[in-house]
Design a protein around this ligand. Structure first.
Ligand code: LLP
Length: 425
């Protein structure tokens, strides 16, 4: 459920008509609903209420300061994967003891930053990384809390580019070698083993792959405890999928996920951490865009929007589907027109949808891409020197720009022309 609904024939974000925001901010822009973000966070929090737990929002899905502050104030922890994301979480006011640091290639500099600033745990993905972390911790005279990310060799049954739990993927250490890697961890100075970490992929629409992975983690917990390791936390990763279209069967709900977690690992008495991103932020955001032209091709009609692949790359990158809806509600059973929906970028890949049936559109009409709150703004680029688009947060009838559109001058001023090129072109 989200809070983007038609009221009086106009698509609203909570109590605000999106057209009103478009009139002030200009298009394209991202708009997020605070009520939806909080609702999704709380669904997870409640789903795990039978166990000690921390819901760590995957910052990579949406890293705007306002969103992190909103979720942090509601009690969320954060899952970060870079020094930059760590800095964002801290700047948003989240204390280090609620931040887990994931990622396959943490640098020594990033480790140092997190150890100095405070960190709940590093999810370590390899032996070389473990040795590096040990050295950095010793050099700072501190102890680094760690979980080892295990790769359970489970097929997440999702898009190949976002599956992470198979042995051929770069993530984690093979679960079959976990015992020796934990023995190494125990032998290295500056490290304290606190748990086990697993994450098998993103946009999972079935609980079974999770169940298989968590069952393996539960068995490993008992094995490692028997070997003398104090496994007191299980980080079960993120990955629960969202409905991208209203016509498909809906994926399992956080409540079902929580019940499955309780069944598989509840008996171990561990504190459970999860790292959801998409399910919290995905359906809490839309991308609003204006139709520039309707162009008749030989055998199709192109709807040319002012948003492009640089603003929302998911369709180009993963062939992802996003529902596209007009801001003005079409009459019930109104006629449909078939469009290839494209952006202005000079690549055929800049295509949002092929053969999509929509209410007929005219230049100047506004449309919204639904489910764009996760992996939308964060994956945007300035390709074709198209400025990063504004982000807006709505809460009830209040709204605010939470990232403004930069000017061309600001973008150009980031480049530096060396002195030997002085003079006009
Ligand atoms: N934890 C780890 C270690 C991850 O790698 C990820 C996502 C998450 C948590 C959060 O997963 P979520 O709950 O959001 O599914 N750009 C792609 C998705 C990449 C996901 C990468 N890792 C997309 O647009 O579909």
């Amino acid at each position: 459920m989200d809070h983007f609904l038609y009221r009086d024939g106009r698509l609203h974000a909570e109590d605000v008509p999106l057209e009103a925001i478009a009139a002030e901010v200009g298009t394209p822009f991202y708009c997020y609903s605070a009520a939806t973000l909080l609702r999704h966070y709380r669904l997870f929090d409640e789903a795990l209420s039978g166990m000690p737990h921390l819901v760590c929002f995957a910052v990579k899905s949406n890293s705007n300061q306002a969103i992190l502050r909103l979720l942090g104030q509601a009690g969320a922890g954060m899952d970060v994967v870079s020094g930059g994301e760590y800095a964002r979480a801290r700047a948003a006011g989240v204390s280090g003891d609620r931040i887990v640091f994931s990622g396959v290639g943490k640098t020594r500099g990033e480790m140092r930053t997190a150890l100095e600033g405070g960190i709940r745990q590093f999810n370590v993905e390899s032996e070389p990384e473990m040795r590096a972390l040990s050295e950095v911790a010793v050099s700072l005279g501190v102890t680094a809390p760690i979980a080892v990310r295990v790769n359970p060799d489970v097929d997440a049954k999702t898009h190949a580019k976002i599956a992470t739990g198979k042995s051929e993927n770069k993530f984690g250490i093979p679960i079959s070698r976990a015992k020796e890697v934990y023995a190494l961890a125990a032998s290295l100075p500056g490290l304290e083993v606190v748990g086990i970490d697993v994450h098998i992929g993103s946009q999972l629409t079935d609980l079974e792959p999770f169940r298989l992975a968590y069952r393996k983690v539960a068995a490993l917990t008992e094995e490692l405890r028997a070997a003398g390791h104090d496994i007191r936390r299980l980080d079960l990763g993120g990955g629960l999928g969202i409905p991208y279209t209203r016509s498909n069967a809906a994926p399992p709900l956080p409540l079902d996920y929580g019940a499955m977690v309780q069944e598989e690992v509840g008996h171990l008495g561990c504190e459970v951490e999860i790292e959801p991103g998409r399910l919290i932020s995905g359906n809490a955001g839309v991308l609003v865009s204006e139709v520039i032209y309707v162009k008749e091709g030989e055998d199709r009609t192109f709807l040319i929007l002012d948003a492009a692949m640089n603003d929302l790359v998911r369709p180009s990158m993963y062939d992802a589907h996003h529902d596209i809806v007009p801001l003005a509600e079409p009459a019930p059973a109104s006629e449909q027109a078939r469009y290839d929906v494209v952006g202005p970028v000079c690549e055929t890949g800049d295509t949002f949808a092929r053969g999509r049936d929509l209410a007929p559109c005219a230049p100047g009409d506004l449309v919204a891409f639904r489910s764009a709150g996760a992996y939308g703004a964060v994956m945007a680029s300035e390709y074709n020197t198209r400025p990063l688009i504004p982000e807006v947060l709505v809460q009830g009838s209040d709204w605010a720009v939470i990232r403004r559109r930069p000017s061309f001058e600001e973008i150009i001023a980031r480049d530096a022309v060396p002195a030997w090129l002085d003079g006009d072109a």
